[in-house]
Design a protein around this ligand. Structure first.
Ligand code: NAD
Length: 520
């Protein structure tokens, strides 16, 4: 499937199925806005550099109109009973089921995930839609015992209004759906700014969703504005008419977003970079550990926020586990994700390839030894693709600058430890706190890892890797990862404003704390 006519055939099929054109609008403000006079973003596939389409970016002046329309929709949508809103999200989930193959393959063409991962991305949207449908009947508030006679005290949850969602390229539609479907059943309307690197997937997703809304005679609820270099993103950060902004992306951009939202005292959900580690102890099941570490470190060409970037290995395993992992690194197939058997596809663009090379250079110059990898690959027929060799590096200090950074490329730093306390210290010494794993069958080691002095991350896994979270749990991380939570559990509460209600149904006016205040 590497040759360009096969690639073109896949593209033609996917575009036809999804109703995509090679010239498309990246602005949906209640309707698709013709791209005339707007800047065009050329979308190229990271698989082979082939041009996929031109997307017309939203202009600055488009933004205000879009947000105004979103608020108009909110007036109507927020009055629809929550279970009815759930029925709409159920219909959206059902429609997405019809597009698992084609939307999944578009993810492959546009960001280079393998077809299995592309399908998984769409499946995640369907799963969160199911979750949101159930949630629409479970938006429970609490009743509290009032200290005053004939008084009722309770909490209720209202939608915020128009919620902004900014997403990263590497989960081009799943992360939007975590936000949009949960926010939607609560009664919010959503304005989405996707990454320009995954604009086509966003456009196709909004197309599918809009058809369902039209069929239900509903106003537009899910708006879209593609930008080229964060212009719309910056507007959203400082826009007081977005009470909540959910941002997924790098720590660097997230810092800017958080500062701007903070300045206007708005709310944000921050889902930023990770620097995830797996600890492998001598008591681990080595087969499970090997597969868990390899999947965590290599899947999606290491372009997951939860990718395993550090392996904390007991010193006694250096001569047994490490050579096996090195063999896996040497033998894993890197290439076009459209070819059967390929597990590691391309990086998103040339700049990601440059970051890979520069990180390895910095690692070597500070004492790192490359065990496997360190090559930018020119694959036959894929010369304009962005391929690199998965790389294992040993010998760096755990707190060295490069190890403490998230490089969004397949580089795994191997760090040794001798006792578990040291492993936890190494584990927690980086500024990020997203995902973590321990491979061990020793109860004390496992419970130590899960205790307050163990992993400091938002996600902690035992005998399974750092990557591949389920939608049922609240997803997010600590420290520089930003502290946000999305998806399952009670993460929905972030998309709602809590109101504490006091009702006096008596004939007196008793005051709280026994205060008396008699006038006249
Ligand atoms: P990025 O920070 O470059 O871009 C993220 C989004 O921010 C994009 O839509 C981009 O256009 C937009 N943006 C750029 N400048 C902006 C600005 N000044 N103001 C507002 N928005 C702006 O990230 P990326 O390269 O697309 O994605 C990779 C990063 O995302 C990694 O760090 C990864 O770990 C992180 N990520 C985190 C999670 C999580 O849940 N924690 C999930 C996925 C990705």
């Amino acid at each position: 499937m590497a040759n360009s006519s096969d690639f073109q055939a896949v593209k033609d099929r996917v575009f036809a199925d999804l109703g995509l054109y090679e010239q498309v609008s990246g602005l949906y403000d209640g309707q698709w806005v013709a791209g005339e006079g707007r800047r065009r973003i050329a979308v190229h596939s990271p698989i082979n550099g082939e041009w996929l389409a031109d997307v017309a970016a939203a202009a600055d002046e488009d933004y205000d109109r879009m947000v105004e329309r979103a608020w108009a929709s909110f007036e109507e949508w927020s009055r629809v009973p929550a279970p009815k809103r759930g029925e709409v999200v159920r219909a959206i989930g059902d429609r997405l089921r019809e597009y698992v193959e084609s939307l999944g393959l578009l993810v492959t063409l546009e960001v280079g995930k393998t077809p299995v991962e592309g399908r998984g991305e769409v499946q995640e949207m369907i799963d969160i839609a199911d979750f949101a449908v159930g949630l629409s009947r479970q938006l429970y508030g609490t009743t509290i015992a009032s200290e005053r006679p004939s008084h009722r005290l309770y909490e209720q949850w209202h939608p915020h209004g128009v919620v902004g969602v900014i997403t990263a390229f590497n989960f081009p539609c799943a992360v939007w759906s975590w936000n949009a479907f949960i926010a939607g059943v609560i009664g919010n309307v959503v304005v989405w700014k996707p990454s320009p690197n995954s604009a086509l997937t966003a456009i196709a997703t909004i197309n599918i969703v809009n058809d369902v809304l039209d069929e239900h005679g509903l106003p537009p609820l899910f708006f879209l504005a593609v930008d080229e270099a964060g212009e719309i993103g910056r507007r959203m950060s400082s826009d007081r008419s977005l009470p909540l902004l959910s941002f997924t992306g790098s720590v660097r951009t997230g810092r800017e977003v958080a500062a701007k939202v903070g300045e206007r005292l708005g709310r944000s959900i921050l889902e930023l970079g990770g620097n995830n580690a797996a600890i492998v102890t001598p008591d681990a099941d080595m087969e499970i550990a090997l597969r868990g570490v390899a999947f965590g470190a290599l899947a999606t060409a290491a372009q997951r926020c939860t990718t395993t970037r550090r392996l904390i290995l007991h010193e006694s395993l250096i001569d047994s586990f490490l050579p096996r992992l090195a063999d896996a690194y040497r033998s894993v197939r890197v290439g076009s994700p459209l070819e059967p058997g390929v597990l590691v596809g391309p990086l998103i663009n040339r700049s990601a390839v440059d970051s890979y090379s520069s990180a390895i250079g910095r690692a070597e110059s500070t004492g790192g030894k490359v065990l496997v990898g360190n090559a930018v690959l020119e694959l036959p027929g894929l010369e304009n693709g962005n391929y690199v060799a998965p790389t294992l590096i040993e010998g760096l200090a755990p707190d060295s600058e490069i190890v403490c950074e998230e490089t969004f490329a397949p580089i795994l730093y191997v760090l040794r430890y001798s006792d578990l306390k040291e492993a936890f210290a190494i584990h927690n010494c980086v500024p990020q706190g997203l995902s973590s794993a321990i491979f061990s069958n020793n109860l004390r080691e496992v419970e130590g890892f899960l205790s307050v002095v163990g992993s400091d991350c938002g996600q902690a896994s035992v005998n399974t890797g750092t990557a591949g979270a389920e939608i049922g749990g609240a997803f997010g991380g600590e420290k520089e990862t930003g502290g946000g939570r999305e998806s399952g559990s009670d993460a929905w509460k972030a998309y709602a404003r809590r109101q504490t209600v006091t009702v006096n149904y008596g004939a007196e006016l008793p005051l709280a704390q026994g205060v008396t205040f008699d006038v006249g």
